[in-house]
Ligand binder design. Structure first.
Ligand SMILES: Cc1cc2nc3c(=O)[nH]c(=O)nc-3n(C[C@H](O)[C@H](O)[C@H](O)COP(=O)(O)O)c2cc1C
Length: 355
């Protein structure tokens, strides 16, 4: 039995946010001691040539990354890379520190293998994140920064917020994600409305001196026609890819006592909806898609890839599965690729789409 299986029942007795803080604290400590880092890498990291992926000009050692929200302030990037994740998305990073919503605001739904969160962009602000990158550098896997706005910013100020974050950390990440799909921030205006999206992407393109890849993160609750409109706009602005999806405000049949909490639902109950969004997007565009939502096993990662995702990410599946999850997914993916006669992940991308 793994250590995590022993520790998890204890951790799950704590409020979810407290347990998350402890887990991240352990990762942060492990990532700052070189001998521990070597041990962790030796025990957990899994690499295989079939898993290498190139997307939007960046080389990924495996297609399995950490989704935004887990490491909001860039404190655990090295440890997450040591555990075997192929890339780490830091953020959402806002221009200034922000408290987010009152606690409790994070709930586990173990019966459903899901979580509901309404954190509301809590974070230390971009200056702390920038200093951390400056001091510690980035790990040996690609890093993305997910960019957001302050909760009380209206449309015009929001554009400035996104630009401020991008410019402040510009030299460090390999790619940026524009997060316009958080269901837990106040609805000051329609973040995915065409006019706003155009002015936002226009401003970010103008600030993107070195043409770093900028991706847009979408929610799972949009209709096909909304996604088609979005694709038209992102293609206009040379966006590098789409991250699909954020959490859902939908409540499918759930059995956990916390099912009625408001916020964004993630994990297994989101899987099918997120995969459908990936499939719809893949039918609308050739841009690379990062599939996220309910990935917690090699099989679920593979479903996203076959539906059109070039890369996948997870958050909730990592909380339930623990530190061996990236290894299990990566090694399991190699088996699935071999089973189906694919030489690489790249060959399997979109295999389930009608051609
Ligand atoms: C506690 C929590 C916090 C999150 N914070 C963010 C965030 O700050 N920015 C963002 O783009 N997505 C955030 N997400 C969404 C995840 O990145 C991901 O899109 C979603 O959880 C679906 O993936 P999963 O089912 O693997 O968790 C958060 C998710 C959770 C559970």
């Amino acid at each position: 039995m793994s250590l995590y299986r022993l520790v998890r029942p204890l951790a799950f007795r704590l409020p979810a946010e407290t347990a998350h803080g402890l887990g991240k604290g352990a990762l942060k400590a492990a990532g700052s001691l070189d001998p521990v880092r070597r041990l962790v890498r030796g025990a957990y990291r899994y690499r295989h040539p079939a898993l290498r992926v190139e997307a939007f000009g960046v080389e990924f050692p495996t297609p399995v990354g950490v989704a935004a929200g887990f490491d909001k302030n860039g404190e655990a990037t090295h440890a997450l890379a040591d555990l075997g994740f192929g890339f780490v998305e830091v953020g959402t990073v806002t221009p200034r520190p922000q408290d987010g919503n009152p606690r409790p605001r994070l709930f586990r739904l173990p019966e459903d293998r899901g979580m509901i969160n309404r954190l509301g962009f809590n974070g230390q602000g971009v200056e702390r994140v920038r200093r951390r990158f400056e001091r510690r550098g980035t790990p040996d896997v690609p890093v993305g920064v997910n960019v957001g706005k302050m909760n009380d910013s209206g449309a015009a100020v929001a554009v400035e917020d996104y630009r401020t974050v991008l410019e402040a950390v510009y030299p460090y990440p390999d790619y940026f994600v524009v997060n316009v799909s958080c269901p837990n921030t106040p609805d000051e205006f329609d973040e995915t409305g065409p006019d706003h999206l155009r002015s936002l992407l226009g401003a970010l393109s103008a600030a993107n001196d070195e043409d770093k890849p900028i991706l847009v993160k979408v929610g799972p609750d949009d209709r096909r026609s909304d996604l088609a409109d979005l694709v038209e706009i992102v293609e206009e602005f040379d966006v590098a890819g789409v991250v699909a999806t954020n959490t859902t405000t939908d409540r499918p049949d759930l059995s956990s006592p916390h099912r009625a909490e408001w916020g964004g639902l993630s994990g297994r109950p989101l899987e099918e909806k997120a995969t459908e969004t990936v499939r719809t997007l893949a039918g609308l565009t050739d841009l690379p898609i990062v599939g996220v939502g309910g990935v917690d096993s090699a099989q679920s990662a593979y479903r996203k890839i076959r539906a059109g995702a070039t890369l996948v990410q997870l958050y909730t599946g990592f909380v339930y599965g623990g530190p061996s999850t990236p290894r299990e997914i990566a090694s399991g993916l190699v088996d699935l690729l071999e089973r189906d006669g694919f030489d690489s992940v790249e060959e399997a991308v979109g295999a389930d789409l009608d051609s």
